[in-house]
Write a protein that binds this ligand. Structure first.
Ligand code: ZN
Length: 432
């Protein structure tokens, strides 16, 4: 069997249907309300909690209830993800069990190196986070042992975009000082969940600080993994591509999804609204880098850009129409961003099933991965939430092939992915 590195994977989203059923059945007090309300709201179905495990004892019916494998907006995905939250206890004992099972499950599908993301409640205490992090690391170590040491699993902690990330980071660094297992297994920081409303410019100082620390604290260096350009309901694809570029420029090591960067803009229709501040940032970039941008699309003169900047003073939002010239501009600007990102060390994590289901990349021919490959960008292929999507790493590579990547490109992506591990990108380890 071919060996794979799966670098973008959320621990609890990797729980298989059968395993979740088992976990729920052994949980004396599932938090039903988290699931039943949202399920009713998005799927119009009443779930009887008293007879739940009897009603869904057939594995196929439980799988149907749990797995998300259709095009749908994020809240529909979340409504299904809430079943995981409802049925799990999220205590150290369970976290260890989940971590161990994931390493084993993925190994049976060819994954010999995985990085697994975990997110704690913003209300959790330092002691609580310490216990859960040790448990996750112990679980990963146990999973490795069960594969006879053939598989390796590492841990990444997802920070809260709306929280004090400096404090969360300092806490994790303290835990690494305190415990050698955590030091060995914790390799990165992730930004995930809703991205709308959280521009990367607010995290610039943080990204720069982590990178600075990584140089002087090599043993505890942490990669920054950043979901960006995955969902951009609140802005144009231009601004969303700029977000991806900024994230790479400011030192993120891997970019989660980056759909906006490579999605074929000619598939877009209608109009889009964005905030004045996004449009201003875009216009400022055009103004500052006009000469570089001139070869990518028909750029307006500096005078016209200046006029638009002035006119924005009196507006709150801007409406942009997907006219042929606007789409040409999007296409050219994406190419500019891709060329710039190529000069950084950033690696894109592309997750075909996830992009198809929640990323709303409806037509495979428009899939961003095709342009990532054409531009010779560094990218990896991952499963994201293989349990809830009902997928495997091999299935994701098959999907990428169907989208149009050649066997030789896929083979180099597979091999290069082992070089894109957090430890290598953060400078903790050198390529051996
Ligand atoms: Zn993800």
């Amino acid at each position: 069997m071919k060996q794979y590195a799966d670098l973008h994977n959320h621990l609890y989203g990797s729980i298989t249907s059968e395993f979740l059923f088992e976990m729920g059945k052994s949980n004396p007090s599932p938090r039903w309300e988290i699931f039943t309300h949202s399920y009713q709201q998005y799927y119009g179905k009443n779930i009887s909690t008293e007879t739940f495990f009897e009603d869904y004892k057939n594995p196929d019916s439980f799988r149907k209830l749990y797995q998300f494998s259709h095009h749908g907006p994020f809240p529909e995905f979340q409504a299904k993800f809430n079943l995981i939250i409802a049925l799990s206890k999220f205590n150290p004992e369970e976290i260890a069990l989940v971590a161990s099972r994931i390493v084993e499950d993925q190994f049976s599908q060819g994954v010999t190196f995985g990085e697994y993301r975990i997110m704690y409640s913003p209300k959790d205490t330092e002691e609580g986070i310490y216990e859960k992090t040790i448990a996750a690391c112990e679980g990963l170590a146990e999973g490795e042992e069960k594969t006879g040491g053939l598989a390796k699993g590492k841990l990444v902690v997802s920070l809260h975009r709306d929280g004090d990330v400096f404090q969360e980071y300092a806490l994790l660094k303290r835990l690494m000082e305190k415990n050698s297992l955590i030091r060995d297994y914790l390799v990165g920081l992730d930004f995930c969940y809703i991205e709308e409303g959280f521009p990367p410019k607010d995290k610039r100082k943080f990204l720069e600080e982590v990178n600075k620390d990584n140089v002087v604290q090599k043993d505890t260096a942490l990669s920054i993994l950043y979901h960006v350009g995955e969902s951009f309901q609140d802005k144009s694809i231009l601004s969303a591509s700029r977000w991806v570029l900024e994230t790479a420029d400011w030192g993120a090591h891997r970019l989660g999804h980056a759909i906006a960067l490579g999605l074929d803009p000619f598939s877009l229709k209608g109009k889009v609204l964005e905030s004045k501040s996004e449009r201003l940032d875009q216009m400022q970039l055009y103004y500052d880098r006009k000469e570089e941008l001139d070869s990518y699309f028909e750029m307006p003169s500096r005078e016209r850009i200046g006029n638009e900047i002035d006119s924005l003073k009196h507006k709150e939002t801007v409406e942009l129409e997907m006219s042929p010239s606007f789409l040409q501009e999007c296409f050219g600007f994406q190419n500019f961003c891709m060329d710039q990102i190529k000069k950084t060390n950033a690696v894109i994590e592309s997750c075909p099933s996830s992009n198809e289901y929640i990323g709303m990349v409806l037509d495979p021919l428009t899939h961003p991965i095709l342009r990532f490959a054409k531009h010779d960008l560094k990218f990896t292929i991952s499963t994201d939430d293989p349990g809830i999507f009902g997928t495997t790493i091999q299935e994701e590579y098959r999907k990428a092939e169907k989208i149009g990547l050649s066997a030789s490109i896929l083979e180099s992506v597979r091999l290069n992915s082992f070089l894109y591990s957090s430890e290598i990108l953060s400078g903790r380890k050198s390529v051996s």
